[in-house]
Ligand binder design. Structure first.
Ligand code: IMP
Length: 428
């Protein structure tokens, strides 16, 4: 370090939380830079399973200061619920080790209601959002009428601004057939939240730059994934922020000269939740096998919404693109243990539309929906790899699979995970 960015290379849910938890052990500060409580990061520490939505995974390391950056949209009521929940699990959060950017935007119940109304109106064209109000909150931000966390420091002004915004949103909700929100109740709830959150609200841009100048190691923790990026993802089936490496800089207010590592995190197969193209999606038995039954917390069901994830073979077209967009220095491959037991494994290496071969995803949805996938087939392995600690003890086929991914993306794989526990990691 000084600064490392951890980014999802696919459609989110790549296991970034556990990677960030591992890297946080060596960091002084862990900062989230985009999105809100649409994210769901699971970190397993012994018997305890932490499901984090807003608070960075670094919070589980006592020495780490956690930051919610200016690029985020924060629902204060849900944040307090999460803070209380992890406090009840023995993780103390104080203003010395947790900060919210005064420039971060707030999500209100009106944003949540607008998210639902908009999804309903889209019918079978719905994005499949997490219904956390993310899109409407970013729309208010870019429309220059959002409310920022810093406004909570002046309760009277904050209450007036909030009340007015809720009333205005109710007009839109009525037009869209959505459910109106009571501005009085919201204002009361949010004033209560503001009173509790005030000590945590800071100019985190200044804080981060000062710490970086002093040589502190900062981990920028991405949420969602590259293919959900508002610019670089499968628009419009994307989230409303920039989870990619550029987003880390604008979402924290730091310059590129501090970044010396951009780690891409990818599952060793593909998953996606919500609508949108997924060329390697598998239906039937193979897809169900990758998904798991839902009995285990690591099975492929959304941490935030509980929805079953769509599953498919690894897509190197997507990974190659993510490596380019983010400038990955290295890759972390998660969930290798899930592939044990397959006779053979496929990886998508290119797409075809008619006579044209694509090594990067085509831009438009109609093209993406009509691609034919070119696969390579590699031998699988049957050994249980969950207890292996060294590369040398991995089955040859596992190593070959990992090396092939590195080769296809022209990016070294430096670590893999073979189970959900903190120590189920192998370094290459
Ligand atoms: P939104 O971010 O709630 O607006 O949802 C937009 C799209 O991003 C939907 O397809 C969601 O399923 C997807 N999405 C948002 N956050 C995550 C995440 O943390 N993991 C996986 N998918 C996500």
């Amino acid at each position: 370090m000084p600064a490392t960015i951890v980014i999802g290379a696919q459609w989110g849910d790549e296991g970034k939380g556990r990677v960030a938890d591992w890297l946080a052990a060596e960091a002084d500060v862990v900062a989230r830079y985009a999105g809100g409580d649409n994210a769901g990061h699971t970190v397993v520490v012994g018997e305890k399973i932490f499901k984090l939505h807003l608070i960075p995974s670094g919070v589980l390391h006592e020495h780490v200061v956690c930051v919610l950056g200016n690029g985020m949209v924060v629902n204060p009521v849900n944040l307090l619920r999460e803070m209380d929940q992890i406090a009840s699990m023995g993780v103390e959060i104080t203003p010395e080790r947790f900060m919210i950017s005064s420039r971060a935007h707030l999500i209100t119940p009106a944003h949540v209601a607008l998210d639902s109304a908009s999804e309903k109106a889209l019918g079978n064209q719905a994005i499949g959002t997490t219904l956390r109000g993310i899109g409407p909150a970013y729309m208010d931000k870019t429309g220059r009428k959002g409310i920022r966390a810093g406004q909570m420091l002046n309760i009277e002004e904050f209450a007036d601004a909030l009340y007015a915004r809720i009333e205005e949103a109710n007009v839109t909700l009525a037009r869209q057939g959505g459910v109106n929100v009571d501005p009085k109740t919201v204002t009361t709830d949010y004033i209560e939240a503001a009173e509790r959150l005030r000590p945590y609200i800071k100019d985190t841009t200044v804080y981060l730059n000062e710490r970086l100048k002093q040589g502190a190691r900062v981990l920028c923790e991405g949420a969602q994934g590259t293919l959900l990026d508002i610019d670089h993802g499968d628009y419009p089936f994307v989230t409303s922020s920039s989870p990619t490496s550029g987003g880390a800089l604008t979402g924290l207010g730091i310059g590129p000269r501090y970044i010396d590592r951009v780690m891409g995190v990818t599952k060793c197969f593909s998953t996606r939740v919500g609508g949108g193209p997924m060329p390697t999606e598998l239906q039937g038995e193979l897809g169900n096998r990758l998904r798991g039954t839902g009995e285990n917390h690591w099975d492929e069901f959304g941490t935030t919404t509980g929805r079953p994830r769509r599953c498919g073979w690894l897509d190197a077209v997507v990974l190659r693109y993510a490596a380019a967009v983010n400038g990955f220095t290295d890759l972390f491959l998660t969930k290798l243990d899930v592939l044990s037991g397959f006779d053979e494994l496929k990886i998508a290496v290119a797409y075809h539309i008619g006579a044209k071969r694509y090594e990067f995803p085509p831009v438009t949805l109609s093209e993406l929906e009509h691609v034919e996938v070119e696969y390579i087939t590699l031998p699988g392995w049957h050994e249980d790899i969950t207890k292996i600690k060294d590369v040398g003890n991995l089955p040859e086929a596992t190593c070959a699979y990992v090396q092939k991914i590195a080769e296809l993306c022209d990016t070294p794989v430096t670590a893999i995970s073979v189970g959900p526990e903190r120590d189920q990691l192998i370094f290459f």
